[in-house]
Design a protein around this ligand. Structure first.
Ligand SMILES: *[C@@H]1O[C@H](CO)[C@@H](O)[C@H](O)[C@H]1NC(C)=O
Ligand SMILES: *[C@@H]1O[C@H](CO)[C@@H](O)[C@H](O)[C@H]1NC(C)=O
Ligand SMILES: *[C@@H]1O[C@H](CO)[C@@H](O)[C@H](O)[C@H]1NC(C)=O
Ligand SMILES: *[C@@H]1O[C@H](CO)[C@@H](O)[C@H](O)[C@H]1NC(C)=O
Ligand SMILES: *[C@@H]1O[C@H](CO)[C@@H](O)[C@H](O)[C@H]1NC(C)=O
Ligand SMILES: *[C@@H]1O[C@H](CO)[C@@H](O)[C@H](O)[C@H]1NC(C)=O
Ligand SMILES: *[C@@H]1O[C@H](CO)[C@@H](O)[C@H](O)[C@H]1NC(C)=O
Ligand SMILES: *[C@@H]1O[C@H](CO)[C@@H](O)[C@H](O)[C@H]1NC(C)=O
Ligand SMILES: *[C@@H]1O[C@H](CO)[C@@H](O)[C@H](O)[C@H]1NC(C)=O
Length: 328
C-alpha cells in the first residue's frame, strides 16, 4: 500500500507526465494562482496548491489540456475570509469564475474581472459580498451565465446589463437591491430566458418592454413591485414558471390568457382582482397559488384546479367552489 502511494506521488510530481499528451500548466498562470492563494491567506481549501504538483491538477482549477492555460477557477465551500483577489483578472484564458458558499468573503466585486474577456460563466453567490452590482460587468460580452444571488449587494440594477448579447438569464435574487427593473431589460437578446430578482427591495411597475422576451421563468417574489403582469401572458407565450408572490401587483386577472406552457403560477399576497380565468382548466399545472388577493367568483371546475389544496385559493375577497366552500 505504502509503495503504491510512493509510486503514485512520484508520477503525480513529474513535471511533464510522459504518459500523457497534456501540456503542463502555464507558468504565468501558476504564478497568478500563488498570488491568489496568498491574497486569500493560504486557506486550507487551497492546500493542494503546491509547487510539487502541476497546477493543472490542483483542487479548484481546470486547465485547457492543449494549452495548459487555466480556464476555470471555482472556489467554493471553504473557510475563506477577505476579498476577491484582484489577481483573478490576470488569468486571461478564464472562461468560468466562481466564488460560492463563502460566508466570510466580503468587499466589492473587483473591476479587475473586466480583463477576463473570455469569461462565459460568472457565479458569485452565497457570500457576504457587498457594494453595487457593477455596470462594468456589461463589458464581459461573452457571458452566458451571470449569477450574483445570495449576497449583500445594494443599490439599483444597472441598465447596461441588457447589452450582454449572450446572456441566457440573470440571477440577482436574495440581495438588498433597490430601485426599479430597468426599462432596457426588454432589449436583452433572444437567448434571454430566465430572470430571478426575488427577495430584494425593488419598487415600481415591471416595464412592459419585458413582454418582448420569450421567458421560461420569472421570479419576482418578495419585492415591492407594482402594476401588472399581463405582458408575460398571452396564447403565444413560452413562460413556464412565474413567481410574483408577495408584491403589490394590482390587475384584473379575468381576461388574462394563460399560455399552455405554464406549469407553475404563484401570485400569493398581491392585490389582484377579478376572477380566475377559465383557461386555467386547460393547462398542465403542477403548482398554483393565488391566495391572499382580492379575487372573486367561482373557481373554474376542471383540469387540475380541484387537485390543489384550499390554501392555494384562501384569503381572497369572494372566491368560492371546490376546493373552497360552495358558492351561494
Ligand atoms: C483549448 O484550447 C484550444 C486552442 O486554443 C482550443 O481550440 C480548444 O477549444 C480549447 N479547449 C477547451 C476545452 O477550452
Ligand atoms: C467566518 O469567520 C469567523 C470568524 O473568524 C469564524 O468563526 C467562522 O467559522 C468563519 N465561517 C466560515 C464559514 O468560514
Ligand atoms: C475559520 O478560520 C478561522 C480563522 O482561521 C477560525 O477561527 C475558525 O474556527 C474557522 N472556522 C471553521 C468553520 O473552520
Ligand atoms: C455573513 O453573512 C451571514 C448571514 O448572512 C451573517 O450572519 C454574518 O455575520 C456575515 N459575516 C460577515 C463577516 O459579514
Ligand atoms: C420570441 O419568439 C417569437 C416567436 O417564436 C419570435 O418571433 C420573437 O422574435 C422572439 N423574441 C425574441 C426577443 O427573440
Ligand atoms: C399567435 O401566433 C399565431 C400563429 O403563430 C398568429 O397567427 C397570431 O397572430 C399570434 N397571436 C398573437 C396575439 O401574437
Ligand atoms: C375584470 O374584468 C372583467 C372582464 O372584463 C369585468 O367583467 C370585471 O368587472 C372586472 N373586474 C373588476 C373588479 O374590475
Ligand atoms: C399558498 O400561499 C400561502 C401564503 O404564502 C401559503 O400559506 C399556502 O400554504 C400556500 N399554499 C400552497 C398549496 O402552497
Ligand atoms: C381547508 O381544508 C381544511 C381541511 O381539508 C379545512 O379544515 C379548512 O376549513 C379549509 N379551509 C377553507 C378556507 O376552506
Amino acid at each position: 500500500m505504502k509503495s503504491i502511494l510512493i509510486i503514485a506521488i512520484f508520477f503525480l510530481s513529474l513535471p511533464t507526465p510522459s504518459f500523457s499528451l497534456s501540456q503542463p500548466c502555464n507558468k504565468n498562470d501558476e504564478k497568478v494562482l500563488f498570488q491568489i492563494k496568498k491574497s486569500l491567506g493560504n486557506p486550507y481549501l487551497l492546500a493542494s496548491w503546491q509547487k510539487t504538483f502541476d497546477c493543472c491538477h490542483w483542487y479548484s482549477v481546470k486547465c485547457n489540456k492543449t494549452t495548459g492555460r487555466i480556464i476555470a477557477l471555482t472556489i467554493s465551500s471553504g473557510n475563506i475570509s477577505g476579498q476577491i483577489p484582484h489577481e483573478v483578472g490576470d488569468l486571461p484564458y478564464l472562461k468560468s469564475l466562481e466564488f460560492r458558499k463563502l460566508a466570510n468573503l466580503t468587499g466589492e466585486i473587483p473591476s479587475a474581472i473586466t480583463k477576463l474577456t473570455q469569461l462565459t460563466i460568472l457565479r458569485l453567490s452565497w457570500t457576504n459580498l457587498s457594494g453595487p452590482v457593477p455596470s462594468f460587468i456589461s463589458q464581459l460580452t461573452n457571458l452566458f451565465d451571470l449569477d450574483l444571488s445570495f449576497n449583500d449587494l445594494t443599490g439599483s440594477i444597472p441598465p447596461e446589463l441588457a447589452t450582454l448579447p449572450n446572456l441566457a438569464g440573470l440571477r440577482l435574487d436574495r440581495n438588498k437591491l433597490t430601485g426599479v427593473i430597468p426599462e432596457s431589460f426588454g432589449r436583452f437578446s433572444g437567448n434571454f430566458q430566465y430572470l430571478y430578482l426575488s427577495h430584494n427591495q425593488l419598487t415600481g411597475d415591471v416595464p412592459r418592454s419585458l413582454g418582448y422576451l420569450n421567458f421560461t421563468l420569472i421570479d419576482f417574489s418578495r419585492n415591492q413591485l407594482t402594476g401588472d403582469l399581463s405582458m408575460f401572458f398571452g396564447a403565444n407565450k413560452t413562460i413556464q414558471i412565474v413567481d410574483s408572490s408577495r408584491n403589490g401587483f394590482q390587475f384584473n386577472l379575468s381576461e388574462m390568457e394563460l399560455p399552455a406552457s405554464l406549469t407553475s403560477l404563484d401570485l400569493n399576497h398581491n392585490k389582484i382582482y377579478g376572477s380566475l380565468p377559465a383557461t386555467l382548466t386547460g393547462l398542465n399545472l403542477q403548482y398554483l397559488n393565488v391566495s391572499y388577493n382580492r379575487l372573486c367568483g367561482k373557481i373554474p371546475q376542471g383540469g387540475d384546479l380541484q387537485t390543489f389544496d384550499n390554501t392555494s385559493y384562501f384569503h381572497n375577497r369572494c372566491l368560492c367552489g371546490l376546493p373552497l366552500q360552495a358558492c351561494t
